[in-house]
Unconditional design. Structure first.
Length: 101
Protein backbone atom coordinates (compact mmCIF):
# COMPACT_ATOMS: atom_id res chain seq x y z
CA UNK A 1 0.00 0.00 0.00
CA UNK A 2 1.35 3.42 -0.95
CA UNK A 3 1.96 6.16 1.59
CA UNK A 4 -0.74 8.40 0.10
CA UNK A 5 -3.28 5.55 0.34
CA UNK A 6 -2.37 4.99 3.98
CA UNK A 7 -2.67 8.74 4.67
CA UNK A 8 -6.17 8.69 3.19
CA UNK A 9 -7.12 5.76 5.42
CA UNK A 10 -5.95 7.69 8.49
CA UNK A 11 -7.81 10.83 7.45
CA UNK A 12 -11.05 8.89 6.99
CA UNK A 13 -10.70 6.67 10.08
CA UNK A 14 -12.90 6.82 13.15
CA UNK A 15 -11.63 9.69 15.33
CA UNK A 16 -11.77 7.38 18.36
CA UNK A 17 -9.24 5.03 16.74
CA UNK A 18 -6.03 6.00 18.57
CA UNK A 19 -3.65 4.35 16.09
CA UNK A 20 -5.31 6.08 13.16
CA UNK A 21 -5.12 9.41 14.99
CA UNK A 22 -1.42 8.92 15.74
CA UNK A 23 -0.84 7.93 12.12
CA UNK A 24 -2.64 11.05 10.95
CA UNK A 25 -0.60 13.25 13.32
CA UNK A 26 2.88 11.81 12.72
CA UNK A 27 2.43 10.40 9.22
CA UNK A 28 2.44 6.83 7.98
CA UNK A 29 6.22 6.49 7.71
CA UNK A 30 6.77 7.56 11.32
CA UNK A 31 3.90 5.36 12.46
CA UNK A 32 5.56 2.43 10.73
CA UNK A 33 8.76 3.11 12.70
CA UNK A 34 6.81 3.25 15.96
CA UNK A 35 4.91 0.05 15.18
CA UNK A 36 8.06 -1.80 14.10
CA UNK A 37 9.75 -0.72 17.33
CA UNK A 38 7.01 -1.32 19.91
CA UNK A 39 4.22 -2.97 17.97
CA UNK A 40 2.37 -5.78 19.71
CA UNK A 41 2.77 -4.26 23.17
CA UNK A 42 0.75 -1.80 25.12
CA UNK A 43 2.11 1.59 26.01
CA UNK A 44 0.70 4.34 28.19
CA UNK A 45 0.96 7.77 26.65
CA UNK A 46 0.74 10.50 29.26
CA UNK A 47 -0.34 14.02 28.49
CA UNK A 48 2.47 16.29 27.37
CA UNK A 49 2.40 18.24 30.65
CA UNK A 50 2.58 15.04 32.72
CA UNK A 51 5.48 13.76 30.62
CA UNK A 52 7.46 16.98 31.07
CA UNK A 53 6.65 17.03 34.79
CA UNK A 54 7.83 13.44 35.16
CA UNK A 55 11.07 13.99 33.23
CA UNK A 56 11.79 17.15 35.18
CA UNK A 57 11.06 15.38 38.48
CA UNK A 58 13.37 12.48 37.56
CA UNK A 59 16.19 14.92 36.79
CA UNK A 60 15.57 16.80 40.05
CA UNK A 61 15.58 13.57 42.03
CA UNK A 62 18.88 12.53 40.45
CA UNK A 63 20.42 15.89 41.38
CA UNK A 64 19.19 15.46 44.96
CA UNK A 65 20.65 11.94 45.19
CA UNK A 66 23.98 13.18 43.83
CA UNK A 67 24.15 16.08 46.29
CA UNK A 68 22.93 14.22 49.37
CA UNK A 69 25.72 13.72 51.92
CA UNK A 70 23.83 12.28 54.87
CA UNK A 71 23.56 15.53 56.79
CA UNK A 72 22.04 18.02 54.34
CA UNK A 73 18.41 16.85 54.25
CA UNK A 74 17.03 20.14 55.56
CA UNK A 75 19.17 22.22 53.21
CA UNK A 76 18.03 20.19 50.19
CA UNK A 77 14.40 20.34 51.32
CA UNK A 78 14.56 24.13 51.49
CA UNK A 79 16.39 24.44 48.19
CA UNK A 80 13.97 22.18 46.29
CA UNK A 81 10.84 23.29 48.18
CA UNK A 82 10.16 19.79 49.47
CA UNK A 83 9.56 18.31 52.89
CA UNK A 84 12.57 16.64 54.53
CA UNK A 85 10.62 13.37 54.50
CA UNK A 86 10.35 13.58 50.70
CA UNK A 87 14.12 14.16 50.41
CA UNK A 88 14.65 10.97 52.42
CA UNK A 89 12.25 9.07 50.13
CA UNK A 90 14.09 10.31 47.05
CA UNK A 91 17.46 9.33 48.47
CA UNK A 92 16.08 5.90 49.38
CA UNK A 93 14.85 5.55 45.80
CA UNK A 94 11.14 5.43 46.61
CA UNK A 95 8.80 6.93 44.06
CA UNK A 96 5.33 8.19 44.72
CA UNK A 97 2.72 8.55 41.95
CA UNK A 98 1.60 12.14 42.51
CA UNK A 99 4.03 14.27 44.39
CA UNK A 100 3.11 16.93 46.92
CA UNK A 101 5.57 19.33 48.44
Amino acid sequence: MRVDEISTLFAEADPDNAIALVGHLIGPENLRLVLDTIGGGEIYMPTYDNLIRSLTRDQRDERIRNRYNGSNTTQLAIEYDLKPRRIQQIVAGRKIPEETT
